[in-house]
Design a protein around this ligand. Structure first.
Ligand SMILES: [Cu+2]
Length: 325
């Protein structure tokens, strides 16, 4: 459609109902439209990118001199932990999910995602994660200080003695984020497997779709481990269990397995969609078809598979054979 006058205002766009004045309100609604949700993801994640960037600048500002003159060590550790957490769980993952939400149904000729309401629920859990993390700045003891990896026994220390402390809010946030992303993964994998337009075989899908498919398979298999680990650590902190507390017979190394089983493959959850974006953009601007479509498509899946079996390289300095008997 070309120029559509509504109330004397000319609007240029392909469909008028997406562009009419006052439509910005839909971005604050529980919309189930994958394009709206995609933009909601992109805008929300960009806001948190700025928040995480401010934390980074405070960290670098403190590091300008050897003394602790800008912030004390407690605030520094909190900033360090929050910077990593915000940048991963509230910027990189949701921003790429935003691109995928907007583009994948269009690229495979689907009307929407397979589960539009699940899609909306998954998105609205992202601000909940943000509120949980940011509110920890306003409670006694401040935010979690154990780093974005939250290894016990450091993460089991609770200097304030309060049941609700920064680490508890952090673990709740990671658990909610995990559930949100698992919902997203179920949705993407189902959409790509079941909702392709007639005639679009797997090897006719755009490479961005292959990349998102591979990344979301990682989410589907890896994230339950991190989410379970976070919930178990939460139970250790609040309900008296001892899964990971060495002082009470728990095994802190187990947490590192739960954590890295997901968090190594997580780097491919980030890079695979970006590879996919490269694979779409380079052929356009070089005006040549992509060389080796099938190789790129299959290697995306192989990256997902191989990424699932290498996590122990993060913890090899533990001397696992001695500690983990
Ligand atoms: Cu790794």
């Amino acid at each position: 459609m070309t120029n559509v006058p509504i109330d004397g205002i000319s609007i240029v766009g392909e469909s008028s109902h997406h562009e009419s004045p006052g439509d910005w309100k839909r971005y604050f609604s529980f919309s189930t439209d994958h394009k709206v949700i995609g933009i909601q993801y992109l805008v929300t994640s960009f806001i948190f990118f700025l928040v995480g960037g401010i934390f980074a600048m405070v960290i670098r500002g403190e590091l300008m001199t050897p003394e602790s003159d800008l912030i004390d060590r407690t605030v520094y550790n909190g900033m360090f932990t929050m910077h990593g957490t915000v940048m991963l769980f509230l910027w990189t993952f949701p921003s790429l999910v935003g691109f995928a939400n907007y583009l994948v149904p269009l690229m495979i000729g689907a009307r929407d995602m397979a589960f539009p309401r699940l899609n909306a629920v998954a998105f609205w859990m992202v601000p909940v994660v943000g509120i949980l993390l940011m509110s920890s700045f306003f409670i006694p003891g401040g935010p979690a200080q154990a780093g974005w990896w939250a290894y016990p026994p450091v993460s089991l220390q609770n200097p304030t003695g309060n049941l609700i402390n920064g680490q508890v809010l952090w673990l709740l946030a990671v658990a909610v984020s995990g559930v949100s992303s698992i919902m997203g993964a179920v949705n993407f994998v189902t959409t790509i497997v079941k909702m392709r337009a007639p005639g679009m075989g797997f090897f006719k899908m755009p490479l961005f779709v292959w990349a998102v498919f591979s990344a979301q398979i990682i989410q589907l298999f890896g994230l339950p481990a991190l989410t379970a680990g976070a919930v178990m650590l939460l139970l250790d902190l609040t309900c008296g269990t001892a899964f990971f507390d060495p002082a009470r017979g728990g095994n802190p190394v187990m947490f590192q397995h739960y954590f890295w089983f997901y968090s190594h493959p997580a780097v491919y959850v980030i890079i695979l969609p970006i590879f996919g974006i490269f694979s779409e953009i380079f052929p356009v601007y070089s005006r040549k078809p992509l060389f080796g479509y099938k190789v790129v498509a299959v290697s995306s899946i192989l990256i997902a598979v191989v990424s699932g079996i290498v996590w122990v390289h993060h913890i090899n300095l533990l001397g696992l054979s001695k500690v983990d008997k």
